[in-house]
Design a protein around this ligand. Structure first.
Ligand SMILES: [Zn+2]
Length: 568
């Protein structure tokens, strides 16, 4: 491709509004244009890079046995209703109505649509196990898109779904796709870590994330350096601390006027914050949820949702009063509410001898409260956020928190979707059963952003060969006929794998743009390179430079592509 004709423009200065280095480079190197929050257009070079990543993921999934389909991007809302992912559960689902009044939704993920496709067409025993994949746009109505392509509202995603007759089959499919993803990250030179993850909105029975350590990432990973335990903070466990709370005391009221915060209460009573039972209130579909943790802990809402079986929202002060809660003084002993309520007690708080809690009476608390003796609960579970320094669940070592970016997420779904959407298949015993499913997602747009975020230097992008829009950048310096002739020879032998900077601009501008775009190889034809016997070859990654003699130009395409092939 001749650069003079390419629809492309680079920027000399950092664009406003971009903070992460990769985001700046994406815009400076002219790969994308922002339209509005979280919505970008890709230019030809940006799209070429995205397509290369997409094709690489497709190759690896094909190798794992996947067959490709295309699902609708605009979907009937009805399938989302039937799966039980009701509208309130998915605030990121963008809903619309067409002019006939039919409710529609933009694809956010495709568990429903893929299950529906297989149900409509039916699946024969000989077709199992079945792995279906698609690549296409997704839309998530995010409140806070950020970091350029790192967190978009509209993005390209490759998702895959496996269908098996039983749990063992599901496990085998899960392992196969996990392996395919590992190869993808290896080829893109992204050193990801495999992390135990929460199932979140997908439901199911166990998930794994591929996480790239990145200070700007929005996930927090809990890591134990002693044993290698890794989990997303939302799914992380901890060893409960022993010996918490105060000594065994008889239950008695204490006067605490104005002590409505944990800190003020600890000061007023001269006790530690961990000796106080903190109560936090939520609504779960009309039921009041009282979540109880020791006073130095925070509730992990993801864990709490998993316990109560669905999304929660915090109660406003007005709602709390309306349901009979005495704000600042609510506690589990003698609690009387209007309407249904459940108490969820953190596993650590379950073991204390006694604690202080609200007395459900303005200006009063209770001391000497012992769980089990003085109040009961509907569920006791780990509902507290893991904090740095907590004890590792495996080895007791100190846990640390690290920022990270999720690049891939794979789920064991079990029969959740097949049951709800009525997808059954018959096994060798002639009994029809719901199929066991797995769901696998890898964000292509995000991979593009992550590749740039990981692979750059002060001069620009340094593409890993597997993702580069072209393998090489050919620069011609000077207008001599001999320069043009050799460049033409190179360009025709490397048809399709190089970008030829044929513009009448200075060598400095050409070198600057070539470094900014960062294709793996720079080929320079100039009077100087000719006097040295051929074309100058410079590798972007490490700056290694040599002269390729004229007579070896026929071997150039194979050489340019070798590096990529070696990793694949
Ligand atoms: Zn450990």
């Amino acid at each position: 491709m001749r650069q003079s004709a390419l629809f492309w423009r680079t920027l000399r200065a950092d664009p406003a509004g971009a903070e992460l280095p990769g985001h700046k480079l994406l815009l400076r190197a002219g790969l994308a244009q922002r339209f509005t929050s979280g919505i970008y257009a890709l230019t030809p070079l940006g799209l070429m890079a995205e397509r290369r990543i997409e094709e690489l993921v497709r190759q690896e999934l094909r190798r794992a046995g996947a067959q490709e389909v295309r699902l609708p991007f605009v979907q009937p809302l009805d399938i989302w209703r039937r799966s039980g992912r009701a509208e309130e559960d998915l605030p990121e689902l963008l809903r619309l109505k067409d002019r006939r009044g039919e409710d529609l939704a933009l694809a956010l993920t495709a568990e429903e649509a893929m299950t529906e496709l297989v149900r409509r067409q039916g699946v024969a025993p000989s077709q199992l196990p079945l792995l279906l994949t698609q690549t296409g746009p997704k839309f998530r109505d995010e409140l806070r898109p950020r970091g350029g392509l790192l967190r978009l509202r509209e993005f390209t995603m490759q998702d895959a779904y496996s269908f098996d007759l039983d749990r063992d089959g599901m496990e085998a499919s899960f392992a196969k796709v996990a392996d395919a993803y590992r190869r993808v990250f290896r080829r893109l030179e992204l050193a990801v870590r495999e992390v135990t993850a929460a199932n979140g909105m997908m439901g199911g029975t166990g998930a794994l994330e591929f996480q790239l350590p990145l200070a700007a990432g929005e996930d927090e990973i809990v890591a134990c350096s002693a044993c290698g335990y890794l989990a997303n903070r939302e799914a992380a466990q901890r060893r409960p601390r022993g010996g918490m709370g105060s000594g065994d005391l008889a239950l008695h009221p204490v006067k605490t006027p104005g002590a409505v915060s944990i800190a003020a209460l600890a000061t007023a009573l001269g006790c530690g914050v961990a000796e106080i039972l903190k109560a936090v209130f939520y609504d779960r579909a009309g039921t009041t949820v009282m979540a109880l943790v020791l006073g130095d802990r925070q509730i992990d809402e993801g864990k709490l949702q998993a316990v109560v079986g669905g999304p929660l929202r915090p109660l406003s002060a007005q709602e709390a009063s309306g349901r009979g809660l005495v704000i600042g003084y609510a506690g589990p002993v003698g609690l009387e509410l209007t309407g249904p309520a459940v108490i969820v007690l953190d596993a650590e708080a379950q073991t204390v001898q006694s604690v202080v809690s609200g007395a459900n009476r303005e200006g009063w608390h209770l001391a000497g409260v012992r769980p089990g003796r003085d109040f009961a609960w509907q569920a006791a579970a780990d509902i507290a956020r893991v904090e740095p320094g907590d004890a590792c669940p495996n080895c007791g070592g100190a846990l640390a928190l690290e920022r990270s970016l999720e690049l891939g997420h794979i789920f064991r779904l079990g029969t959740r979707y097949s049951e709800r959407l009525g997808l059954v298949a018959t096994g060798s015993d002639q009994v029809a059963r719901p199929l066991w499913m797995g769901s696998y997602g890898i964000g292509i747009s995000r991979l593009l952003a992550a590749v740039i975020e990981r692979h750059h230097d002060e001069r620009g992008i340094v593409w890993p060969p597997a993702a580069a829009p072209y393998a090489a950048h050919l620069l011609t310096l000077g207008g001599e006929a001999e320069v043009g002739a050799l460049a033409g020879e190179i360009a025709s032998s490397c048809e399709g794998c190089l970008l030829w900077d044929d513009r009448p601009v200075t060598a400095g501008v050409k070198f600057q743009d070539a470094d900014l775009l960062g294709l793996p190889w720079r080929l320079t034809v100039s009077r100087r390179s000719l006097s040295l016997g051929g074309v100058e070859l410079r590798r972007r990654r490490d700056g290694e430079t040599r002269i390729l003699p004229r007579e070896e130009i026929a071997g150039l395409p194979a050489m340019l592509l070798a590096e990529d092939a070696r990793r694949g």
